[in-house]
Design a protein around this ligand. Structure first.
Ligand SMILES: Nc1ncnc2c1ncn2[C@@H]1O[C@H](COP(=O)(O)OP(=O)(O)OP(=O)(O)O)[C@@H](O)[C@H]1O
Ligand SMILES: O=c1ccn([C@@H]2O[C@H](COP(=O)(O)O)[C@@H](O)[C@H]2O)c(=O)[nH]1
Length: 238
C-alpha cells in the first residue's frame, strides 16, 4: 500500500540545480541532499522514473556553444545528461536504492539503451529508472523528454523539480514583483509564454492530459509533499 496520491510519477530533475553553489558540475552535498528526498519517495512505494537535465554541464543554447553547429552542441548537451544520470544512479545505489539508467543515445559500454517494455518492467519491480540523453534528438530539451517519457510510461503526473518554487507571472529571477500561481492551465501557461518550461513540453502534456507540478528541489520535503498531492509549487492542468 502506498500513502502517495500517485502510483507512478515522472520526476524531471534540474541539471542546473545539481551545481548547488558551485559554478559548474555536480556538487556532492547537493546531489546527496536530492537523493535523500528521492529515497523517501521511493520508499513510499511510488514507481519513480527520472529524467535529468544537463544545464550544470552543457546546454546547446548556452553562451559557451555560440558559433557552434546547433545539432553538435545539442548532442554535447545530451551527453551531459548521461553524466548526470550516472552520478544520480551511483548516489541512489549508495543509499541502497536500485536504479537503472536507460539512454536515448547508444553508448552500450556505459548504459543500456532506452527500451520501453524493459523500463516498464523495472518500474513494476520497484526499481528507479533514470532516462538519460533526453529525447535523443537535437533541438529538444529534457523538459520535452520528461513529457514524452511520462506519457510513454503512463505516469500520472510530471513533477518538475527545479530552482524556483513554482511558476510565476514572470521569471522571478528577473522580476522581483512577479507572483506565483498555485494552479494554471496549460493554455494560459503557453499563451503567456511562461519560460519555466518549453512550449513543446507543455503542449505534449496538455494533449496527453498529463498534469505537471513545478516545485523547488532545494526546499526540504517539497518532493514528498508533491507526491502526496499536497499544496506545493504550481499545478499545471488541462
Ligand atoms: N514564469 C516563470 N516562472 C518561474 N520560473 C521561470 C519563469 N520564467 C523563466 N523562469 C526560469 O526558469 C528556470 C527553470 O527552467 P530551466 O529550464 O532553466 O531549468 P531546469 O529545467 O530546472 O534546469 P536544466 O535545464 O538544467 O534541467 C528557473 O530557474 C527560472 O529562473
Ligand atoms: O531531447 C533533448 C534533450 C536535451 N538536449 C540538449 O541537452 C541540453 C541539456 O538539456 P536541458 O534540458 O537544457 O537540461 C539541452 O540544452 C540541449 O542542448 C537535446 O538536444 N535534446
Amino acid at each position: 500500500m502506498t500513502a502517495s496520491k500517485y502510483k507512478r510519477v515522472l520526476l524531471k530533475l534540474s541539471g542546473e540545480a545539481l551545481m548547488g553553489d558551485d559554478a559548474f558540475g555536480i556538487n556532492r552535498q547537493t546531489i546527496a541532499r536530492m537523493v535523500e528526498e528521492i529515497v523517501d519517495v521511493a520508499r513510499l512505494g511510488v514507481e519513480l522514473a527520472i529524467v535529468i537535465g544537463g544545464g550544470n554541464i552543457f546546454r546547446g543554447v548556452a553562451p559557451g556553444a555560440q558559433g557552434m553547429d546547433r545539432a553538435t552542441a545539442d548532442y554535447m548537451g545530451m551527453m551531459a545528461t548521461i553524466m548526470n544520470a550516472l552520478a544520480l544512479q551511483d548516489a541512489l545505489k549508495r543509499s541502497s536504492v536500485d536504479a537503472r539508467v536507460q539512454s536515448a543515445l547508444n553508448i552500450d559500454q556505459v548504459v543500456e539503451p532506452y527500451i520501453r517494455p524493459k523500463a516498464l518492467r523495472y518500474l513494476e519491480e520497484g526499481k528507479v529508472v533514470i532516462f538519460a540523453a533526453g529525447t535523443g534528438n537535437p533541438f529538444f530539451t529534457t523538459d520535452t523528454a520528461a513529457a514524452l517519457r511520462g506519457a510513454e510510461i503512463g505516469a500520472e503526473i510530471v513533477l518538475k523539480a527545479t530552482k524556483v518554487d513554482g511558476i510565476y507571472t514572470a521569471d522571478p529571477k528577473k522580476d522581483p514583483t512577479a507572483t506565483r500561481y498555485s494552479r494554471i492551465s496549460f493554455d494560459e501557461a503557453i499563451n503567456r509564454r511562461l519560460e519555466v518550461m518549453d512550449a513543446t513540453a507543455f503542449a505534449l502534456c496538455r494533449d496527453q492530459k498529463l498534469p505537471i507540478k513545478v516545485f523547488s528541489i532545494t526546499k526540504h520535503g517539497a518532493l514528498g509533499r508533491a507526491v502526496m498531492g499536497e499544496d506545493e509549487g504550481t499545478l499545471v492542468h488541462v
